[in-house]
Write a protein that binds this ligand. Structure first.
Ligand code: DER
Length: 221
């Protein structure tokens, strides 16, 4: 079985009947959502809060009952993927362009589990380019500022045009190679006008399920 599938499917063991579940985005949580669909068919009663249009369509195809963020006061458990995770379970997300809605859902979740294959586990964050979500109006100012800060920004392009998130924003990927102090960087990015959100998910995940060769490991923060 694929490492992503091992991790993704393992996560459903943490789901209880009656829960409100944040449904993440990406190719690993894809397997979680598939498994949830099977369990719903067998009678599992949950309500899903999707973090992207892509996840909405997938969940709908599996007849998973969905509610919007504004119909719930709290989310019991969010299961999502991640692009990089360090030993303190600090992470980079946004590779799929869903970071803003994922972070909004994460902030309302009582518990967060990330599902990853073992290649996502790193000593230091930054090998994966850090996505930042930027308002299209005046985005070149943000790019220029990131250049001045030495963050090596690259506007994400899709089919020859700037990639657009579900929220209608652009994504700029910061090719930093190593992020020695994620907290400091997050603080700096939050102060830049025009940056809506960044892909540093700090002190967020409670557990990470790591798919390896024929086995899964669970790290707890
Ligand atoms: O955008 C994200 O943060 C997604 O969760 C995604 O990038 C996770 O990666 P995956 O597709 O390898 O699971």
């Amino acid at each position: 079985m694929l490492k992503k599938q091992l991790a993704g499917e393992k996560a459903v063991e943490f789901i209880e009947d009656g829960m409100v579940i944040g449904l993440g985005s990406g190719s690993t949580v894809f397997y979680t959502i598939q498994k949830i669909g099977e369990l719903v068919k067998k009678g599992l009663r949950i309500q899903g809060v999707p973090t992207s249009q892509e996840t909405t369509l997938l969940a709908q195809s599996l007849h998973i009952p969905l509610v919007s963020m504004d119909e719930v006061d709290e989310i019991d458990l969010t299961i999502d993927g991640a692009d990089e995770v360090d030993r303190n379970l600090q992470g980079i997300k946004g590779g799929g362009g869903a970071l803003l809605y994922e972070k909004i859902v994460a902030c309302t979740s009582r518990k967060i589990i990330w599902v990853v294959d073992e290649s996502k586990m790193v000593e230091l964050l930054g090998g994966f380019p850090l996505p930042i979500e930027v308002v299209p109006f005046g985005y070149k100012q943000v790019v220029r500022k990131m250049e001045e800060e030495g963050c090596h920004p690259v506007l994400r392009i899709s089919n020859g045009s700037p990639f657009q998130t579900d929220g209608g924003h652009y994504i700029v990927d910061l090719h930093m190679n190593k992020i020695k102090n994620p907290e400091n960087l997050a603080e700096k990015l939050q102060k830049v006008t025009g940056i809506v959100e960044n892909g540093l998910f700090l002190n967020c995940a409670d557990q990470v399920i790591i798919g390896g060769q024929d086995e899964v490991k669970i790290e707890t923060r």
